[in-house]
Design a protein around this ligand. Structure first.
Ligand SMILES: NC(=O)c1ccc[n+]([C@@H]2O[C@H](COP(=O)([O-])OP(=O)(O)OC[C@H]3O[C@@H](n4cnc5c(N)ncnc54)[C@H](OP(=O)(O)O)[C@@H]3O)[C@@H](O)[C@H]2O)c1
Length: 293
């Protein structure tokens, strides 16, 4: 199938090769062109605007930072909506506000095309391992058409419901993930303060019933006391999702006190100037608060 791909950041860089490996022809675009170089060398075609990408594609994907970035790529005279074929499908995989996703979907509806929200749960590690899960919001028939392509990205593809509901679910999943990773740092710091070695603490947690995939691949970062050179999700990117959870909680009247606590730990990372790291760096905040360094 002829596919389009907008946004070649940490996630896009790894999703495009999976689509090409499944036999699809991919035309891509990124705001900063240099990020496309490796993918072009692997066979991806380049187009100069999201509009030009859409004109060549049956299904167009995007995965960019936030709703402002999605609007910049999807709407306007050079956006996906200006080039998409009638009956074409646009799937935005970014983690954004459900209402923003619904509003952008309405513009595609006016253009005779279908937009699905398709946020992805996983990290660059899970995408590379072919273990990412994709949630879909929007038209069921379009989902069925896109499903074989989505399965090239990850094996777990689920339609959650109508437009915006996959974004809603992704925020809920990320709330759980954020609290879990930050509580991991809290638990390790507590054990260390009482005299357990960091190695034993991480090992015991990863062997316990509280272990999970996300703790499994972040454990080594805590253990080595140094963060990955390229963060899986840095403090700023992850804090964006905490803000999404806090705002959604306020709008819906559903309390999210643990998201609020996790958000405060991200503020502490900022204050200490360690926010350029993966957000598991919260472990170091707990150590400092407890007088361990
Ligand atoms: N990293 C993860 O573990 C993870 C997991 C699941 C979901 N997500 C979600 O996936 C999305 C992308 O994450 P990522 O890790 O790939 O982030 P990233 O590496 O920071 O890449 C961000 C991408 O967005 C583009 N962008 C930002 N603002 C833009 C604008 N105004 N106009 C056009 N393009 C713009 C960037 O273009 P430039 O290259 O020009 O800056 C880049 O391609 C986010 O919504 C994130 O929450 C991330």
């Amino acid at each position: 199938m002829d596919l389009g791909f907008i946004g070649l950041g940490a996630m896009g860089q790894l999703i495009v090769p999976r689509l090409m490996a499944a036999g699809h022809a991919v035309t891509g675009w990124n705001r900063s062109r240099d990020k496309a170089d490796d993918l072009i060398a692997q066979g991806m075609r380049w187009a100069d605007t999201p509009r030009a990408v859409a004109a060549k594609s049956e299904i167009v994907f995007s995965i960019v930072t936030d709703a402002k970035a999605v609007r910049a790529c999807a709407l306007g005279p050079d956006g996906v909506v200006a080039g998409i074929k009638r009956g074409g499908i646009y799937i935005d995989m970014s983690t954004i506000e459900p209402d923003e996703s619904r509003a952008i979907a309405a513009e595609f509806d006016k253009a005779g095309a279908v937009m699905l929200d398709g946020p992805l749960s996983g990290s660059p590690v899970t995408v590379k391992a072919g273990q990412a899960s994709v949630m879909i919001g929007g038209d069921e028939a379009a989902f069925e058409r896109a499903r074989p392509v989505l399965l090239a990205i990850g094996p777990k593809v689920t339609r959650i419901g109508s437009n915006g509901l996959a974004c809603q679910m992704k925020i809920a999943v990320n709330l759980l993930l954020m609290v879990e990773v930050i509580a991991f740092g809290e638990a390790v710091a507590l054990a260390e303060k009482g005299g357990v070695s960091r190695e034993s603490a991480v090992d015991a947690i990863l062997k316990s019933v509280a272990a999970s995939p996300v703790l499994g691949y972040r454990g080594p970062f805590i253990l080595e006391g140094k963060m990955p050179e390229v963060p899986l999700a840095d403090v700023t990117l992850q804090q964006k999702d905490m803000m999404l959870a806090l705002n959604l909680g306020r709008r819906l009247g559903s309390p999210v006190p643990l998201a609020a606590a996790a958000n405060e730990m991200m503020n502490a990372c900022r204050g200490l100037g360690i926010d350029g790291n993966d957000f598991v760096v919260a472990h170091q905040v707990y150590r400092r608060l407890g007088g361990q360094e």
